[in-house]
Structures are given as structure tokens and as C-alpha cells.
Design a protein around this ligand. Sequence first.
Ligand code: AMP
Ligand code: MG
Length: 420
Amino acid sequence: MSSARSAADCFAPDADMLRADVAVTRLLDAVECRAAIETVPLRAALGRVLAEPVVSPVTVPPRDNSAVDGFAVNAEDLPAEGVVLLPVATRIAAGQIATSALARGTAARIFTGAPLPPGADTVIPQEACRVEGGQVALPGGIRRGANRRPAGEDVRAGAVVLEAGRRLRPQDLGLAATVGRASLPVRARLRAAVFSTGDELREPGGELPDGAIYDSNRFTVSALLERLGAAVTDLGILPDRADAVHAGLRDAARDHDLIVTSGGVSTGEEDHVKAAVQALGGLHFWRVAVRPGRPLAVGIAEGVPFVGLPGNPVAAMATLLMLVRPMVLKLMGAELGLPVPWRVPAAFAFKKRPGRREWLRARLVAAPDGSVRAERFPNEGSGILTSMVWAGGLVDLPEDLPAVAEGDVVDFLPFEALLG
Ligand code: AMP
Ligand code: MG
């Protein structure tokens, strides 16, 4: 497994405590996108990662056309003020082409989307016009080019309309269709294997003996990865036994592009994940200067990138969203574009530990005057999963910040932006 070893070596030596941004960079540097490219019909491309840029072969709209139902004229024939009476020379509906140029001193009845006849440069909406027999009374004071949509105002032939790496949204599919594409080259879905670890964990729906808890991380972690676009295999719960963890990870590496576990990566003697990954390739165990989160194991198991998230449910989610997400996107071939935080005043005061990046569970509330502020969940415990359900996102507090006073502007990252 020489390739596995060299990939594992991409991780720089462990520092005592890693800054969050350094952890993100190291995670990114450790992986390459190897996802194959496949072509899928537009209807199947939602959420997929575009593998090649889309270049438009056509101009959109193809011709100058009308933005309204009304009458097309040459602006020279309109008075500066008052009304002019012009004969209606022709009628052009959407999908038709004028058979001849519009003669000066005449108007064309025209409908939304219909190409303007040569000679016409302005359209007056029908609401402003009065038809009298074969003539139309048109108001003056209309500027040249009003209600004209110029050819190519949306797309010029030869332009790149969608960049490679884009995770395709509904409007992206619409634009691909607009330029005539019926299918798109996309990256093969990232195959992610998800495990939970711990003898205390039980399947929801089953018995709950004394001392046990239901496994929640597998559901949050799998769903987060799915929302990012991965195809997730749920591989269940690994017991706290070295041989079982080793065998589970080895088997998962056979047909996955990424293995994600939660729990079992702190320093307790029941934590077998680190040893197993070490034996299967290589591992770095990081203590990241973040809260919630902290322990994070990263490595290569049988050539496959491995991430061991902390076991505490809030820490597992926060580290996946804030530290591991860019790496997952890179593996998927997607652009990384970090979400732009919303800058909002805090509705709370908070004292934090300097040198540590902190993510507060927060949600936005509107004050009676309409202004928006971020309120935080009062309990910072990293096992309090109800806090994540309460929250709409995370307030991201930088390392060097000593405290937040009520009214201070903070960075709020909505969950939707971290997943979209
Ligand atoms: P660990 O890192 O394995 O020591 O786990 C830290 C804490 O997170 C312990 O309280 C575990 O019971 C809890 N935990 C670990 N995995 C899960 C999981 N999949 N679902 C819910 N809680 C978990
Ligand atoms: Mg455990």
C-alpha cells in the first residue's frame, strides 16, 4: 500500500493543539479528487458536482425581443409628449419572425417574447395604448429601447455559463437547458462509509438496557454527508473491541472513497479506532483548538481517507460542518467556496477562552423594530443535541476574541449555508 502510506504522510506532524484553519488546510492537503466523470440527464443532475464547464453554443435571447404585450415602434415616431396615432402594420406573436422590416410611421402589434421586427427599437405596453380601428394611439415620453430585451442580454454564444465544481441547483439546471444541454458531465458520487463506535450504543427502535444510549451520530453524520452530496453506506455500530474495529474499517475501505466514524478517538483505553487506522495505513490524532469538538482523527485506511469525529453528538456535527466539510467537497470535486457569514449583532453576552475558536449554537430573532439579532442556546454542553435542533446555525467566534458583549456584531453561519 505505498500510495496509502504516501497519502498518510501528507499530514504534517501533530502539534499539541491545532488551530481550526490549520486543521482544515491539512485535511484539504491530504486528499485528491479521484471521482470519475459520468454523464447524466439534466433531470438527474440536481445536487451533483459539475465536472466540466458548460460553454453556451447559443445566444440567449437569440434576437432582440419584446418584454411585454404591446406595440413595437421606432422611437423616432413617438412624440416627446401628447399622443400619436399610427397604423398597425403587422402582428408578431412569440415564436414568429417578422416577414419584413417595420416601415417608419407604423406600429407592430407584438407579444411578450416575440422578436422585434427590424426597424423597431421600442415597445409600448398595451395598457398605455388605445386601439382605434386599424390604428393605435401611443403615448409620448417613452424612452428609446423601453421594453426591448436585447439579443444576448442573458448569454452570449461562447460564454462559460456554469463553472466546473459547481454543485448543481435548480437554476443551474435551468440555465443548462437554456443553452440547449440535455445532459451534463458530473462527478461520480462520493461513496462514504459511516460507523458509530461504542459498546454503550444501541439501535433506535430496540431495547435500551441500563447504561446504554441510542446511537444518534450515525443519523446526523450520514444525513450531513448526504446533504453534501455523498452516497452514504450506513455500516452500523462498531463495538469497543480492537479486532472488530480493525475488520470493520478494513472491509469498508474495499468499496468506499471515505470512511467516517464517530466516537472512540479520545484518549480513553476503550478507544480502538486510532490503533486500527494506524495499522491499516496511517493516522494523525489532532487536538483542535475548537469548542465544541477538539479530538479529531484523520488518516488513511487501506488507501481510503479516514476521519474519526468526536463522539459527543454536538461535537461530531460541528467538526464535520466546520472542519471536515471542505475536505469532503474536495473529494467530491466540488468548489470549496466558504459560506459568507451573516454579520449580526449578538443578543447575548459571552465570555470565551482566548486562543480557542468557539462555535455557539445560535438562531436569529427579529426584534419588534424589525432588526435581526443572534441569540444563543444557554447550554454549551457538547452532548446537548436538543441545542442543535433549537439552533438555526452557528456563531463563529475567532481565536483572539476575548468576549462578546450584547450588541457586538458576530459571524452567524446558517446550517443551510454550510450544507447547500
Ligand atoms: P467517545 O469519544 O467514544 O468517548 O464518546 C464521547 C461521548 O459521546 C460519550 O458520552 C459517548 O457515549 C457519546 N457518543 C459516542 N458516540 C455516540 C453516538 N453514535 N451517538 C450518541 N452518543 C455518542
Ligand atoms: Mg466511545
